[in-house]
Design a binder for this molecule. Structure first.
Ligand SMILES: [Zn+2]
Length: 329
């Protein structure tokens, strides 16, 4: 009786998985060897996400979770659950891939666990209580949405050269995403600048401003670059700005120092490095477009693509070009 139940559950899981595998194949090649297990090994009713565990540092505690338990909390933490289903599925694959790659690396910041819940280090993760607080009366609806994103992509990861990719992502981009080479100085073949369709019409707070007095501006720059000078009048402090092909500030001359856009973003807590900076006569005004480092998938861009009819496979193929979809081994 129990065996029959397991078999029917396995058949059900396989039936759920097959349409996805077929759709994936239609978009681009699937890594066949690790992706398709012999049928006898698919008897785990939980599916691939139910049979892989990760350790997570959350609220000072190390939790051991299956990927099926981990992913809904990661998707909930990293993307609005109200986003289109295909965008949530793309996020689930990116988060799964990111977690798997992190789990395979030694992390000196938290050697006791593969992952933590800090988006500045790993990726955000919300436990059930936090998800209930976030969604309130809409809890059942959005919990179902993030759980479906995990189940509909069960086990799917992005691979390049046979390894899970560094599937980083960000909130929104100013027309183009950024390359990893421009953000971190390390080129990866699939983290290159691509078009991204979001705009002020589709992203709340797409353009933001940040204002600093001359004293605040000078103190922040000198703290990082004591040789910058900034002794004359504020209107003389800003020099040439060099933008890169993705529309972000690559270099800006400030006094006697040349600062990168990424560094200025950090120094002034700007939402992105896609900014202009001007002296208004009273203060320094940053006008910033988009949010996040800009590398990998744009989440708002994914949501726009989904609204225009793109599948999660197409979204991922667009933002991580040259990668392939496989299943966790
Ligand atoms: Zn971490």
């Amino acid at each position: 009786m129990k065996k029959a139940l397991l078999l029917s559950l396995a058949a059900f899981c396989l039936a759920l998985l097959l349409p996805n595998l077929l759709r994936r194949t239609a978009v681009r090649p699937v890594v066949a060897a690790p992706a398709l297990r012999p049928e006898s090994e698919t008897a785990s009713p939980a599916g691939p996400d139910g049979s892989v565990t990760v350790t997570l540092l959350h609220d000072g505690e190390v939790l051991t979770l299956t990927m099926a338990e981990y992913l809904p909390g990661a998707v909930a933490g990293e993307m609005p659950a109200s986003f289109a289903a295909e965008a949530l599925r793309a996020q689930a694959v990116a988060s799964r891939t990111y977690a798997l790659r992190r789990a395979g690396q030694a992390r000196s910041r938290h050697p006791q666990a593969a992952l933590c819940d800090d988006p500045g280090c790993c990726q955000r993760w919300l436990d059930e209580e936090q998800r209930r607080a976030l969604w309130g009366a809409e809890y059942d609806r959005w919990a179902a949405a993030v759980e479906a994103a995990e189940q509909d992509t069960d086990g799917a990861i992005l691979v390049s050269g046979g390894e899970p990719i560094l599937a980083c992502f960000h909130a929104s981009s100013p027309g183009r995403t950024e390359s990893s080479a421009a953000v971190w100085g390390a080129a990866l073949p699939y983290l290159v600048s691509v078009d991204s369709p979001e705009s002020a019409e589709t992203v709340p707070g797409f353009v933001t401003e940040a204002v600093f007095s001359p004293e605040e501006f000078r103190a922040a720059v000198l703290d990082a670059h004591p040789a910058a000078g900034l002794t004359g009048k504020p209107e003389t402090w800003l020099g040439q700005r060099v933008t890169d092909a993705a529309g972000r500030t690559a270099l800006l001359q400030v006094g006697d120092a040349a600062l990168t856009g990424t560094e200025l973003r950090q120094l002034f807590s700007l939402r992105s490095a896609a900014f202009t900076l001007e002296w208004t006569g009273e203060s320094f005004l940053f006008t910033v477009t988009g949010s996040g480092h800009g590398a990998g998938m744009s989440q708002y861009g994914a949501n726009v693509m989904a609204a225009e009819g793109a599948s999660w496979q197409e979204i991922l193929a667009h933002y991580y070009p040259g990668t392939e979809l496989g299943l966790m081994a």
